[in-house]
Design a protein around this ligand. Structure first.
Ligand SMILES: Nc1nc(=O)c2c([nH]1)NC[C@@H]1CN(c3ccc(C(=O)N[C@@H](CCC(=O)O)C(=O)O)cc3)CN21
Ligand SMILES: O=c1ccn([C@H]2C[C@H](O)[C@@H](COP(=O)(O)O)O2)c(=O)[nH]1
Length: 310
């Protein structure tokens, strides 16, 4: 064993700092948070290292399925539910209950989305969130009489990024941006992990993720894993090694009703060095499948459940 602090110590010390010194905020959800503004964590991605939390089990396949769904450009929760991924159900369900007054259970709502195509189209869409902006950022072109119309195909930031990483590695413009100001009001939630910037140095690809708002108890574990996975997929299709994930948070918070999670997690000690294996080199960033990913040497402590603030 070496004497380097475990990568997860950064996470636990940020959690402790927020819990002890964060400012109490009345937030949008009404739950209330303790928050701190501005934080950075750095995680190595070299030699298949992956920033998975070890002080609780993280269902990384859920996060990987979500990332693959972003890359398809789909914004409907139906393909997620078909894979039993339920992390986005609360928002459409909330809207359905509000707009119809129906008293439907989450299970029944999810089943209806999977079985009824028309229902899924009407009630399962999140609006132009991540995937829509990543691979189909809307463009407008001049039409008759000085009017404009939406072009059939939007801008595929992901494909452009791959080309740019391969052909112009020294660029300082390797960015995927989710914050489309003109469409924020149509989104179920404005993007949290809003800006990804990549950097190539000596054949090594690194990523900075800027996350404007971070639910440190629940969302972070997914966001860090997903960003690392995206970096690994990009490195692989571009022929680079993966270097580092630098995570930067704006409003980083702990929901006040996460006290049991926070206290339990802060009592635990991180251990081990999980690795993410990409089992196949895909032809394109869009060709990866969940079966292509394997995590080894991951022996986390038990899962800690916590309520999600809607
Ligand atoms: N308050 C809040 N926190 C979030 O992290 C979050 C949102 N809202 N809204 C949009 C998405 C949805 N995300 C979510 C939602 C739920 C879980 C969650 O419940 N995770 C559990 C179980 C995961 C599973 O079933 O696989 C966990 O313990 O990690 C995680 C991320 C991330 N985002
Ligand atoms: O990927 C995600 C998505 C969402 N979150 C969290 C951060 C906040 O707690 C809420 C979003 O609420 P806003 O009022 O829009 O900030 O969801 C996350 O951590 N990661």
């Amino acid at each position: 064993m070496n004497n380097m602090p475990h990568y997860e110590e950064q996470y636990l010390s940020l959690m402790r700092q927020i819990w002890e010194n964060g400012s109490v905020q009345r937030d949008r959800t009404g739950v209330g948070t303790k928050a701190l503004f501005g934080a950075t964590m750095r995680f190595s991605l070299a030699d298949d290292a992956i920033p998975l939390l070890t002080t609780k089990r993280v269902y990384w396949k859920t996060a990987a399925r979500e990332m693959l769904w972003f890359l398809t450009g789909n914004t409907n929760i139906r393909p997620l539910l078909e894979q039993k991924v339920k992390i986005w159900t609360d928002w459409p369900l909330d809207r359905y209950r509000r707009e119809t007054g129906a008293d439907i259970s989450q299970d029944d709502f999810e089943q209806r989305i999977v079985e009824d195509t028309a229902f899924a189209e009407k009630w399962g869409d999140l609006g132009p969130v991540y995937g829509a902006q990543w691979v189909n950022w809307p463009r407008y072109e001049a039409a008759e009489n000085g009017l404009f119309r939406r072009a059939a195909k939007g801008i595929d930031q992901v494909s452009l990024l791959v080309e740019c990483l391969k052909n112009n590695p020294g660029s300082r413009r390797h960015i995927i941006e989710g914050w489309n100001v003109a469409e924020l009001d149509q989104m179920a939630l404005p993007p949290c992990h809003k800006t990804y910037q990549f950097h190539v140095a000596d054949g090594v690809l690194s990523c900075i993720l800027f996350q404007r708002s971070c639910d440190l108890g629940l969302g972070f574990a997914f966001n860090a894993f997903s960003a690392a996975l995206l970096t690994r997929m990009l490195a692989s299709v571009c022929g680079y090694q993966a270097g580092e994930l630098i995570w930067q948070g704006g409003d980083v918070h702990l929901y006040l009703n996460h006290a049991p999670l926070v206290e339990e997690q802060l009592s635990r000690t991180p251990s081990g060095a999980p690795k993410l294996k990409l089992l196949r080199l895909a032809d394109s960033i869009f060709d990866y499948r969940i079966e292509d990913f394997e995590v080894v040497d991951y022996q986390p402590q038990s899962h800690i459940s916590a309520p999600v603030a809607v």
